[in-house]
Design a protein around this ligand. Structure first.
Ligand SMILES: Nc1ncnc2c1ncn2[C@@H]1O[C@H](COP(=O)(O)OP(=O)(O)O)[C@@H](O)[C@H]1O
Ligand code: SF4
Ligand SMILES: [Mg+2]
Length: 378
């Protein structure tokens, strides 16, 4: 192992974004004297590096802390602890004035293209708004920047004179993307950018984001609850569970040679591209709902739902240990194991939940007309 808690020690270019031991707790209840009665640890001691021009995918169930992590990374909200370094600047220590100057370099693409745009404003005004706030462009510069951005996102220049209601969901998301990129940012936080779109539009918008990344040298933090989408766009993936990163590594490694039981359950929920592979794949059904973040389980917070849990799991929180290739996992049972990886881990989990089923793939071929296995994943 060459690193602990998300800090990798493999060669590569200097990261554009570095988070070290970042945490954020939200107060969710106070008594009549204003004293804190209840709080939620949304992000717990997270460390990640994002190299320039790459995509870090962040995946996990709803409430796992993905959006909070992205907002902390852009200092849209304040962290309680840790360090956040953007392009050599310690974001937590920047004065409000210096932060304002850095702002255009970091932007966000929102999930819902319907609520993200002011319905009363023309598209041109919405796209130009970040430049107006920035105050550094003339009228002519702003106009030509809007025309250029509209072309880059695949819309005609005359779109700028119309209002959002004239556009479909996919087109509105293109407008949202144009607005996010008008200041020519370096880092873009994409928070579930295709979740509100229908399946055919999703592929087009993802293709557009990939083209823009290549053309403009963008770095993405890409959040989704869908591992299939995250795998298709990411260079590296961080898997979050109840505020912590439980697995991190190259996208292909996390999606195929996963070592964390929670990642395995996410993988099993992704339809296999090959229908023959789909027939032999079993979906891991996690027992119970995600635990309350107000009162998280002891030790490994996944233990009440984990088919492989052992007594130590309820007592001690496993550290995230990273190997020389940058693959990290936080699990007492699979860390260091040579066989609890990928398909074998899935098979072992199926066996643990349903004794008697083979522990080697293919685990079982369901009848073509059998009901799909359900799961409590989103
Ligand atoms: N502003 C807030 N006030 C109180 N709790 C919050 C706030 N924002 C997020 N949370 C809580 O923090 C946890 C993580 O939320 P979030 O980052 O939105 O998760 P995700 O994006 O993975 O769905 C959740 O339990 C959520 O309820
Ligand atoms: S540490 Fe234990 S409970 Fe947590 S994922 Fe690993 S086996 Fe499961
Ligand atoms: Mg979210």
């Amino acid at each position: 192992m060459s690193g602990v808690n998300g800090v990798t020690k493999h060669a590569g270019s200097a990261p554009l974004l570095t988070l070290r031991n970042v945490s954020r707790r939200f107060v969710t209840g106070r008594d009549f004297l204003g004293r804190v009665q209840q709080s939620v640890c949304a992000v717990d001691n997270v460390s990640i590096d994002v190299e320039p021009g790459t995509t870090l995918g962040i995946v996990g169930e709803s409430g796992s802390g993905k959006s909070t992590l992205g907002r902390l990374a852009l200092r849209m909200i304040e962290s309680d602890a840790g360090e956040i370094d953007f392009s050599g600047e310690d974001l937590r220590r920047l004065s409000p004035k210096d932060l304002r100057q850095l702002r255009p370099q970091m932007t966000m693409i929102f999930q819902d293209p319907y609520s993200a745009l002011n319905p009363r404003w023309t598209v041109g005004r919405s796209i130009a708004e970040p430049l107006r706030i920035n105050g550094s462009s003339t009228r002519e510069e702003t106009h030509s920047a809007v025309v250029d951005m509209l072309a880059r996102v695949g819309l005609d220049a005359d779109a700028m004179h119309r209002r959002p209601a004239a556009f479909s969901g996919g087109q509105r998301q293109r407008i949202v993307i144009a607005r996010a990129l008008i200041t020519r940012p370096r880092l873009v936080f994409c928070d579930e950018p295709v979740s509100a779109l229908d399946v055919s539009t999703r592929a087009q918008v993802i293709g557009l984001l990939e083209d823009l990344q290549r053309d403009l040298g963008l770095t993405y933090l890409f959040v989704s609850h869908d591992l299939g989408i995250v795998e298709s766009v990411s260079d590296r993936i961080a898997v979050m569970y109840l505020g912590s990163v439980v697995e991190i590594g190259n996208a292909e490694t996390v999606a195929r040679e996963f070592r964390h039981p929670y990642t395995a359950s996410l993988v099993s929920a992704v339809p296999a591209p090959d229908p023959r592979a789909q027939r032999v794949r079993r979906r891991i059904v996690l027992s119970g709902d995600p635990p309350s973040p107000v009162d998280p389980p002891s030790g490994c917070t996944f233990h009440p739902r984990c088919p492989l849990a052992e007594p130590i799991c309820a007592r001690e929180k496993p550290p995230l240990l990273i190997d020389a290739a940058g693959h990290g996992v936080a699990c007492h049972v699979t860390q260091g194991s040579t066989d609890l990886i990928g398909a074998n881990l899935l098979a072992r989990m199926t066996d643990a939940r349903e004794p008697g089923i083979s522990t080697t793939l293919p685990v079982r071929v369901p009848a073509p007309d059998s009901a799909p296995a359900s799961a409590s994943m989103p």
